[in-house]
Design a protein around this ligand. Structure first.
Ligand code: ATP
Length: 752
């Protein structure tokens, strides 16, 4: 048994909570008219997800909620809970018991709760369909609706039968697949539109990237030309700079030497030309003259003194001899003094004169005067000898002093002469040096000019090299700016010739500058081409292109996935259609047979069957054919064919109320027999049966209860007698339905 319990709170007349337990295969619900029995059957419909309020005898959702009475205020919500056993996992859920609750609020809001969790209606429907409790409610036959299956059109009937056959689950799956298919087709369209929208931009980016690739190629080319150009230039400049600076060193050093030598020579020349020395020489010469003069004066005085001494000595000797002889006569001092004075005057006159003739004349004059004096004195008496001796002594002292003076004067003269001689020697030397210096200046100026010319030539070359070096630096900076830091690693570049052999630096430095200029020209051309491409932030464009491409690929993949889903869904739909068709065909046959069996059983003969018919219905105006006409739809439906025993009439419309009831019961039972639902609720299906038929009905119920649990709302005693559990429904003056368990006798009483 699947059905365990039903709990009703606030639903219709069940203002207060009422519970029903279904522990027997057949449960009968009995009670007087209007007590709320049908409300119980409707509470089943409600909790199983019925969407038609009308089928629950209401207009709006709130009609299902306790509307209130004079005694009890209206409710705000109606809730019904059904408890189903799932110990044998009929429902695909990992619970041994399943509780489904549906709540409706006054605002019409519905809630579905499955084992305490809020779920969607769809979840409930699918869950129930999996246990053959379909939403068409074929297993809940409401009051007066027993012949609904008879009055239904073929299409509706087909749906009921499909539901009874448990095909609903496939239909749900099919609907789901259809829904997914529609959604997927929409998605494909959306994704395709996205892809289409993005396509022009992708194309634009593709072109940009092509440009970038072109630019990268050019950059590579530029890099190579730059590397070779810079490498060669670097080698060339370094080599020639070295060569020139080395070449400059010797003439520079020579020039320095020459300049210094020239300066020295000029100085020497200048020194030889200066007259400072001649002045000094004149002064020295004057000093020599002075010294000479001093010496001569001293010598003369010395000689004079010597002469006087000799004279006096001779006179003294004469006087001594005369004293002995005539000659020894003394000469008076006054005579001598007068003589000396006379001679001194003579001498002083001569001293002023520089000439020898004067001297000679003066000397012979002196000699003459002296001879006269002697002649005169010899005649005189000898009185002066003592005086002479004294004078002699004085003169001897005098001469000693004069000797020292002469020696001094000589010394001075010698020194003056020496200094003069040295000076003169120096002068001669300087004169010689001066001449040499003059020659040297001529020579050195020539050499200097030559060296300067040589250096100028080198400097000119160096200046060109400097200009080249500045150009090189500027070019390097530009290369780095254009190609990045890698361009600075040009020195790693290996220069090769056209045969691929590496080129030695000696060859590089000898290369014709024109070739290098051609390379430079090539660089300029490449730069212009790059500039013309006008590529900006390449990384961003490439990234954007990659992103766009990736997105496009993603979208393409998405489309492929969606298309694959579409074909899978189509396959699934075809499969489901085939399965539905097959199971329907098989099921309808079985039901038809069972229908016939129950029918003959009920009527004690006759025959009945189900026939598949195709009806044409006009589709709605929305669905026009290509020609613009309203399309006619072909629909497969089920018709009933029933022939009562001993009666000619075949049409259903010819049947009496009881016959209709029996026929529909036969069909309902047949449907339930082929694919038994867990429970069947029959609300006064037996109302129109007479006693004999009630019994037959009772027998069939019992047979049916072997496969499905039955809940029967009935006034029929026979039916009540077949039930294992009986519930009575009562309604007191407060308008509230109440449930109570009753015994058969009580039930019979309650039913009345
Ligand atoms: P019968 O044997 O005549 O078929 P029944 O036992 O099946 O009667 P129901 O039709 O189930 O009786 O009950 C109808 C009763 O429920 C009425 O009295 C009606 O007023 C009451 N009822 C229906 N809807 C509501 C509601 N929303 N609030 C209160 N009472 C309601």
């Amino acid at each position: 048994m699947y059905l365990k319990e039903l709990s009703i709170t606030g639903f219709k007349s069940f203002a207060k909570k009422g519970e029903l337990e279904f522990s027997a295969p057949i449960t009968a619900i009995v009670g007087p008219n209007g007590s709320g029995k049908s409300n119980v059957a409707e509470s089943f419909r409600f909790v199983l997800g019925e969407q038609s309020v009308k089928s629950m005898r209401g207009k709006r959702g709130e009609d299902l909620i306790w509307g209130g009475s004079a005694q009890v205020a209206r409710g705000n919500r109606a809730s019904v809970t059904i408890t189903l056993d799932n110990s044998n996992k009929v429902f695909p859920l990992d619970f041994s018991e399943i509780k489904i609750e549906r709540v409706v609020h006054r605002d019409g809001q519905n809630e579905y709760i499955l084992n305490g969790s809020t779920v969607r209606l769809k979840d409930i429907q699918e869950l129930l369909a999996s246990a053959n409790i379909g939403s068409t409610g074929h297993h809940i036959i409401s009051q007066g609706e027993a012949d609904r299956i008879l009055t239904a059109n073929p299409k509706e009937r087909r749906e009921m039968i499909e539901d009874a056959l448990g095909l609903k689950i496939y239909q749900y799956k099919r609907q789901e697949a259809e829904r997914k298919l529609t959604k997927t087709v929409e998605n494909v369209a959306q994704v395709e539109s996205l892809r289409r929208e993005a396509a022009p931009h992708l194309k634009y980016l593709e072109k940009q990237v092509q440009k970038i690739e072109k630019s990268l190629q050019l950059q590579e080319q530029l890099k190579a030309v730059y590397a070779e150009y810079l490498r060669r230039e670097d080698i060339y400049i370094a080599f020639h700079y070295d060569r020139l600076t080395t070449a400059r060193r010797i003439p520079q050093a020579e020039l320095e030497g020459v300049t210094a030598a020239l300066a020295a020579a000029k100085k020497t020349l200048q020194a030889s030309e200066s007259n400072q020395d001649s002045e000094q020489l004149i002064k020295l010469q004057e000093a020599v003259q002075q010294a000479l003069h001093d010496r001569q004066v001293a010598e003369r005085e010395f000689s004079k003194c010597e002469g006087q001494i000799a004279l006096l000595e001779r006179r003294v000797a004469e006087q001594e001899r005369r004293s002995k002889t005539v000659e020894g006569k003394a000469i008076p001092y006054a005579d001598i003094a007068a003589l000396i004075k006379d001679i001194e005057q003579q001498v002083s006159k001569v001293v002023q004169k520089d000439e020898v003739t004067f001297l000679q004349r003066a000397l012979s004059d002196i000699v003459h005067r002296l001879k006269l004096f002697i002649e005169r004195s010899s005649a005189a008496t000898d009185t002066t000898s003592e005086f002479d001796i004294k004078e002699l002594r004085r003169l001897k002292e005098e001469i000693e002093k004069l000797a020292i003076r002469v020696a001094d004067a000589q010394g001075k003269e010698t020194r003056a002469r020496k200094v003069y001689g040295e000076m003169e020697e120096q002068r001669v030397k300087e004169a010689t040096d001066g001449r040499e210096a003059e020659r040297a200046v001529f020579r050195l100026v020539g050499e200097q000019r030559e060296l300067e010319t040589q250096l100028e030539r080198i400097d000119r070359e160096l200046a060109i090299l400097d200009r080249d070096r500045n150009e090189f630096k500027r070019e390097l900076q530009e290369a780095v700016a254009l190609l990045g830091r890698a361009a600075a690693a040009y020195y790693e570049y290996l220069i090769v010739d056209s045969a691929g052999a590496s080129v030695a630096e000696e060859t590089v430095v000898q290369e014709d500058r024109e070739t290098q200029r051609a390379r430079r020209h090539e660089l300029e051309k490449l730069k212009i081409r790059l500039e013309e491409l006008g590529i900006g932030a390449t990384d961003e464009v490439i990234k954007e292109y990659n992103d766009a491409k990736e997105r496009d690929a993603f979208l393409a993949h998405e489309i492929a996935d969606l298309e694959s889903s579409i074909s899978k869904l189509r396959e699934l739909i075809t499969e489901l259609d085939a399965k539905l068709e097959e199971q329907f065909v098989v099921g309808i046959k079985k039901i038809s047979l069972e229908f016939n069996r129950f029918f003959t059983l009920m009527f004690g003969g006759g025959e009945a069957e189900l026939v598949t018919v195709t009806t044409k219905t006009r589709a709605s105006e929305d669905e026009l054919t290509e020609e613009g006409e309203i399309e006619e739809k072909k629909e497969e439906g089920i018709e009933l064919v029933a022939k009562l025993p001993n009666k000619r009439v075949k049409g259903l419309e010819m049947l009496s109320g009881g016959e209709r009831a029996l026929t529909s019961i036969a069909l309902i039972f047949a449907m339930s027999q082929v694919n038994p639902p867990p429970f069947i609720i029959l609300d006064e299906t037996d109302a129109a049966l007479d006693e004999a038929n009630s019994r037959r009905y009772g027998d069939m119920i019992e047979a049916l209860s072997k496969k499905s649990q039955l809940i029967l709302i009935t006034h029929n005693r026979e039916t009540m007698s077949r039930a294992g559990i009986l519930y009575g429904v009562t309604m007191a003056g407060d308008g509230i339905s109440k449930l109570l368990s009753v015994k058969l006798d009580e039930a019979v009483a309650v039913a009345k």
